[in-house]
Design a protein around this ligand. Structure first.
Ligand SMILES: [Zn+2]
Length: 106
């Protein structure tokens, strides 16, 4: 499974069309909140459940999206953070996630 089209909609959502014709939408806020890079993972692990992550405007704006191999995309955020590699399977999982019922276990 892989995307056939990825675009940013209305500056706040990532739209993905998959090769199985499904479509996903993920808010940029959610994408950034679950940034899968090692730094952010470690940061989230340190926080308690009641911790509220406050994101600045530049942290939820995408500067650039690049393809990584044939399994992932890399996202450069406006605040300069660009180490998150979002695997397609992860994106699909993230798109199906509602609320906080999510643990980054992959
Ligand atoms: Zn990160």
């Amino acid at each position: 499974m892989k995307p056939v089209q990825i675009k940013i909609v209305g500056k706040e959502k990532l739209f993905i069309k998959w090769d199985d014709r499904n479509e996903s939408e993920i808010t940029l806020d959610k994408l950034r909140r679950f940034c899968p890079c090692a730094t952010c993972l470690a940061e989230r692990e340190k926080q308690s459940k009641s911790y509220i992550q406050i994101l600045s405007m530049n942290q939820v704006k995408i500067l650039n999206i690049s393809q990584v191999g044939n399994y992932a995309i890399g996202i450069s955020w406006k605040d300069g953070h660009n180490t998150g590699i979002y695997e397609f399977t992860f994106l699909k999982k993230l798109a199906g996630l509602t609320g906080e019922a999510f643990s980054a276990d992959s």
